[in-house]
Ligand binder design. Structure first.
Ligand code: ADP
Ligand code: MG
Length: 146
């Protein structure tokens, strides 16, 4: 499914709606989002709305020096939201050293990973892949792949 957005607030809104939907579900593994596509395509912007939809008050930033941040979720089915960004990852092993495998096997976690194509081999099969494309200054194409 492809969606065009015409400004950051629209991209955030789509993230927020998805998060609220996800909170109504539960699974026996973590819920994992793989965000891929252009630099400036709106991955972090999308996750700002997504975090808002999860009820997180803290601001979601592009992690520059950290690979991931962890947030508490106040909901009945999920306990934590992890935001990973593989942009600065030098070796795949770095993210494994951070305990990614344990994090994605815990059904209490929601895990969003920017630049997840860089660690494609270790992404779970059930990953919800979302691709972001820069169209022009204000326009982005968001493609829910599956
Ligand atoms: P990425 O994480 O994919 O590198 P960011 O979300 O950090 O991208 O950056 C997207 C930039 O583009 C932001 O500065 C945002 O304000 C701007 N922007 C303009 N139009 C849109 C849109 N339709 N959707 C998302 N971001 C947009
Ligand atoms: Mg980003």
């Amino acid at each position: 499914m492809e969606i065009l957005t015409f400004g950051p607030s629209q991209t955030k809104k789509i993230g927020e709606v998805l998060a609220k939907d996800i909170l109504k579900t539960s699974a026996n593994k973590a819920l994992v989002l793989g965000l891929v596509g252009d630099l400036g395509g709106g991955k972090t912007t999308f996750l700002q709305g997504f975090a808002r939809g999860l009820g997180i008050k803290e601001k979601i930033l592009s992690p520059t020096f950290v690979i991931f941040r962890k947030f508490k979720i106040q909901s009945s089915s999920f306990y934590f939201f992890y935001h990973f960004d593989c942009y600065r990852l030098k070796r795949k092993e770095e993210i494994l050293d951070l305990g990614l495998e344990k994090i994605i096997s815990n059904s209490q976690n929601i895990v969003a990973i920017e630049w997840a194509d860089r660690i494609k081999k270790i992404m779970p099969e059930e990953t919800l892949w979302i691709e972001f494309e820069f169209i022009d200054t204000k326009t982005r194409k968001i493609n829910f792949i599956s």
